[in-house]
Each structure stands twice: as structure tokens, then as C-alpha cells.
Ligand binder design. Structure first.
Ligand SMILES: [Zn+2]
Length: 205
């Protein structure tokens, strides 16, 4: 069911390369054809198309002429990196989950996410589903890592996406570009002013 919602959203974008796809269009295709129910978590599926499948789906965060609720796929080309990853051993995953107390292990400063499997995500909406996150993506030993619980942690969907977006799997460095991209307009403006000062073109305004 989940994957078919994702597939329908994927097909919508592939049918509209270079054209604006609206939130309403996405909800329309995401709706269950039999029950007529709108999935609450279509946004999550959209994120998966970006981070797991490697599609570049632009929003108002990427192009200032796009409005909130407007999306754009300029090309069907996928980012190859997205698909190559290590899969955890099912027994190891059980161990990791148990150690995590069946809750998301994401830490932001001193605050831990702590959402439990089956909880309702108060920020992103939808039901929390914990999935395995590989801690050291750039130094992979494909033979050992799937069975080593210390190489993994449990994350909720929102934090999986956050990590994939903000950390570069290849270099293990912060993806500064993605952070700026997802910042609010006010934050972007602040960064813009900083850059103008940094490069010495304050007088352009
Ligand atoms: Zn979380």
C-alpha cells in the first residue's frame, strides 16, 4: 500500500517533467482509489522519492519563484548514491531496537527525539515507524557491518530523512548546502547578508 502511494506520486512527477506539480495534484494521486482516503503521510513518500530513490524534486525552498505547495522535477535522472547502501541483518536490528528502548535515537544538542514505534509524530504527522540507520556510511565494511549492532541506530522516519539530507554519505561531512536549502526565508536572508559581507558586496542592495 505504502509503496503504491509512492509509485503513484512518482508516476505523477515523471508525467510532468519540467512542469509545476501542486500539492493538490499529489493528494489527488495519493488518494486510495478504493476507499477514497487521503493518506496523511504523502509528504513522507515525497521525501522518500528524494532521499531513497535519488530524485531531485524542487520546492519553494530551492527556487524562490515556486510557491508553497508547488513542486518541480526538472529531470527524471536519479542521484546514483541514493541506492547504494548496506542492509542490516534482521537479528541485529532486533538487538538495536531493544537497546534503543524501541524509540528514535536522534539527538539534537541535548534533546533526544525518543518517539516510540507506533506513536503519532507531533511534528511530521503520521505514525512513527523506526528504521535502521547505518552510523558510518562512508567507511563501510559490507561483510561485518550488517551484523554489528554498534554500527547501527534506530531512527524515526523524519530523522532518517533529516540525516540523509544533512549528512553526505560519501564524505561523512555536513551537507551545508542542504541545510541552507531547507532553512526558512528569514534564515536564508540572514545567510545571504552574511555572504554578501563575507565577499565584500554589501553595496549591491
Ligand atoms: Zn526521531
Amino acid at each position: 500500500m505504502q509503496s503504491s502511494v509512492k509509485k503513484r506520486i512518482e508516476a505523477l512527477f515523471l508525467d510532468n517533467i519540467g512542469k509545476i506539480v501542486t500539492r493538490e495534484m499529489i493528494i489527488e494521486v495519493a488518494r486510495d482509489p478504493n476507499s477514497g482516503v487521503n493518506p496523511e503521510n504523502w509528504h513522507q513518500r515525497l521525501s522518500e522519492l528524494r532521499t531513497n530513490d535519488g530524485y531531485e524534486i524542487l520546492s519553494y525552498r530551492d527556487r524562490n519563484w515556486l510557491k508553497t505547495g508547488q513542486y518541480l522535477m526538472e529531470t527524471s535522472e536519479k542521484n546514483e548514491r541514493a541506492s547504494s547502501r548496506v542492509i542490516i541483518d534482521p537479528e541485529t536490528w532486533k538487538e538495536v531496537l531493544k537497546r534503543a528502548g524501541y524509540s528514535c535515537q536522534w539527538k539534537d544538542g541535548n534533546t533526544e527525539c525518543g518517539l516510540k514505534q507506533g506513536d503519532t509524530d507531533p511534528v511530521g504527522g503520521g505514525t512513527v515507524r523506526l528504521t535502521p540507520d547505518h552510523l558510518t556510511p562512508h567507511s563501510v565494511d559490507p561483510k561485518i557491518d550488517p551484523k554489528d549492532p554498534n554500527k547501527w541506530q534506530a531512527l524515526c522516519g523524519r530523522h532518517q530523512i533529516m540525516k540523509k539530507n544533512y549528512w553526505d554519505d560519501q564524505t561523512g561531512k555536513l551537507n551545508t548546502y542542504a541545510i541552507v536549502q531547507s532553512a526558512s526565508i528569514d534564515e536564508k536572508r540572514e545567510i545571504y547578508r552574511f555572504l554578501q559581507q563575507f565577499f565584500g558586496d554589501e553595496n549591491t542592495e
